[in-house]
Write a protein that binds this ligand. Structure first.
Ligand code: SF4
Length: 263
């Protein structure tokens, strides 16, 4: 096994800044084969990734975490994407229902510490199920979303899942996203039209009013609009230089190194 650090990815991240999302998806397929999947929470950026997979086409599975307290519209959006784009979407679920969790721990999401615990059990732990199955996960973080995402790299190491996170839309502006959605009639979660700029669990998501930050509707009760669930490691600690362990030949392929196959 060989170690790949975030520092190793600096040059590649710089070079990838000029690539289109479609080119990055094709790169991911070429490098990782069946060891890469996309992730979507059925919000607009994730749906754009799903549409690109369908239209290029790039045949990759999609991973979706159903916390058990999502809006019905979100689950319906997932079903529509499967039906219309022919995607294979694997739904991951928490160990406990929300009722069981509340009986055991109380209503966690009402406090800052409780929110971390709840998101860990209902979002991050279910995603642990894919650890070892994939060397790369494609996300839909965009720098235009601001906050900690304002500097999110295209390629980021995920130490928890020992994989590479790939964000092909990192450079996609709001205008580019809107144009792509309009020109391709991308299937969207209908809650976006009801004022939900971002969409998570029904317990912790509200619409936003004009002039509010995009994420103002998430964990509004905890304020001040800076809370993240932790399912995307770069949201929590973008300053670290983490590392993951991969087979040497995969590290060489990722970093586009010449490999000498002569013995
Ligand atoms: S968003 Fe709220 S309900 Fe959903 S997992 Fe996090 S704290 Fe729990």
């Amino acid at each position: 096994m060989a170690r790949l650090t975030q520092a190793d990815l600096v040059a590649l991240n710089r070079a990838f800044d000029d690539r289109t999302p479609q080119e990055l998806l094709l790169w991911a397929q070429e490098i990782f084969g069946d060891r890469v999947a996309a992730m979507s929470s059925m919000q607009e950026s994730g749906n754009v990734i799903c549409h690109m997979l369908y239209s290029i086409p790039v045949k990759l599975p999609v991973v979706f975490v159903d916390t058990g307290v999502l809006f019905q519209e979100t689950l319906d959006t997932r079903d529509q994407l499967m039906r219309h784009y022919g995607l294979s979407i694997h739904t991951l679920t928490p160990a406990m229902t929300m009722v069981e969790q509340t009986e055991k721990y109380g209503i966690l999401y009402l406090t800052a510490d409780g929110q971390k615990q709840c998101c860990e059990m209902r979002k991050s732990e279910p995603l642990d199920a894919v650890k070892g199955q994939y060397d790369a996960l494609i996300g839909s973080l965009r720098r235009a979303d601001g906050g900690r995402r304002g500097i999110c790299p295209i390629l980021a190491i995920d130490t928890r899942l020992n994989c590479l996170r790939i964000n092909p839309l990192a450079n996609f502006t709001d205008e580019q996203l809107e144009a792509y959605i309009r020109e391709n009639s991308v299937i969207l979660n209908p809650l976006h039209k009801q004022g939900y700029s971002t969409i998570g669990c029904n317990r912790c998501t509200t619409p936003v009013v004009p002039g509010e930050p995009k994420r103002a509707g998430r964990w509004r009760h905890l304020g001040p609009w800076s809370v993240y669930c932790g399912i995307n490691p770069t949201d929590l600690d973008p300053e670290r230089s983490p590392a993951a362990d991969f087979p040497q030949d995969l590290v060489d392929r990722i970093l586009c190194r010449e490999t000498d196959f002569m013995i």
